[in-house]
Design a protein around this ligand. Structure first.
Ligand code: TRP
Length: 334
């Protein structure tokens, strides 16, 4: 507890272009709950290098992501927004936690299996211990709540297991974190294949709306979205394409699915898709404008990056020193 508030930690990778799915499924929730917590929002660039990256590209994307956090509405004076690689505690705690995590546990991680299959030429040990770095992120700040998508639940469970194991050995060192699954919750699916999640790494660019897409592109992608031959705007599993568009429309406008069904009763898909496109534009346009403004203000962004890295270092060191002492590292002479 800091300032009587619980602590929240979350992070995103700076790989690929952020999609509308990332915004509606994660960032938007972060913004809506941030006032209730002491928050740490990290750009997890150390996780990114578990897959080969172009260095210049990674640096650029990390900065873009950090500015997107701010453009989406997270005030960097109130939320600690920073780069993982700027706070050495992440790496230091990871090493220690590596020694309290079993190979068998990491072997069970489905994301490791998926990524190892996808990058068979580079199954490095960082990819294997990726979940330990994630556990360190969370435990370093004694986070009470962690907003994550369903795909990260297994990693969060492992984080809890590591924390409990460590606490059993050394006393109450770590807060055992809880997952926070956003209430809008709707998982945004690909516009081209509504059985598949809208993804940063989709080969088909028409499947995803990117946060940086221009407005004509947004409208065009919505118009081209795959639907069905039913011809009516109904929220049901039998019409996954339409259902996904309704989810997008609802997330952007705050309306409920039943309301949308009524609104478009007897109207065609063409009109409905146009309305979805306009709803998305109404969200992305101000976000992009804010982003453009921030891009002009290098001095401000640089100052925030520096100050927040210092703040994160300060809090993380409290946990780190405690942990180092518990495991038996010699005291630092001051
Ligand atoms: N692994 C997460 C993802 O890919 C990102 C992440 C890293 C994270 N560290 C975290 C999320 C800590 C929440 C808390 O989505």
């Amino acid at each position: 507890m800091l300032d009587g508030k619980k602590t929240l930690f979350s992070g995103m990778q700076a790989t690929g272009n952020l999609t509308l799915g990332n915004y509606l499924g994660a960032l938007k929730n972060w913004v809506s709950i941030s006032d209730n917590y002491q928050t740490f929002y990290c750009v997890v660039d150390m996780h990114s290098i578990t897959i080969r990256q172009d260095p210049a590209e990674l640096r650029k994307r990390a900065r873009t992501l950090l500015m997107l956090y701010i453009a989406a509405g997270l005030d960097p004076e109130k939320n600690c927004i920073y780069y993982q690689s700027h706070v050495s505690g992440h790496a230091e705690l990871t090493w220690i936690l590596n020694c309290f995590t079993y190979m068998g546990e990491l072997n069970r991680m489905t994301q490791f299996k998926d990524k190892a299959a996808k990058h068979a030429d580079n199954i490095n040990s960082g990819l294997f211990t990726y979940p330990v770095l994630m556990a360190a992120d969370i435990l370093l700040f004694q986070a009470d709540v962690v907003p994550v998508g369903i795909d990260q639940m297994q990693h969060l469970e492992l984080t809890r297991d590591i924390a409990i194991r460590f606490n059993n050995l050394f006393g109450d060192v770590f807060t055992v974190p809880e997952a926070y699954i956003g209430k809008t919750g709707a998982k945004i699916m690909s516009l081209q294949n509504p059985e598949k999640k809208m993804s940063k790494s989709d080969e088909n660019p028409n499947g995803s709306i990117y946060l940086m897409d221009d407005m004509d592109t947004v409208i065009r992608k919505c118009k081209r979205a795959v639907t069905d031959s039913e011809g009516c705007v109904r929220y049901c599993d039998g019409q996954p394409g339409v259902k996904n568009l309704i989810d997008i429309y609802c997330s952007c406008t705050g309306k409920a699915p039943a309301e949308v069904e009524r609104e478009f009763d007897g109207r065609g898909y063409g009109e409905f898709k146009m309305a979805v496109g306009e709803a998305v534009v109404s969200i992305l346009k101000p976000l992009q404008e804010r982003f453009a403004e921030l891009s002009q203000d290098k001095v401000y962004i640089d100052r925030m990056i520096k100050e927040n890295a210092e703040k994160a270092t300060y809090f993380s060191n409290k946990t780190l020193r405690k942990v180092q002492k518990k495991v038996g590292f010699p005291e630092r002479i001051r």
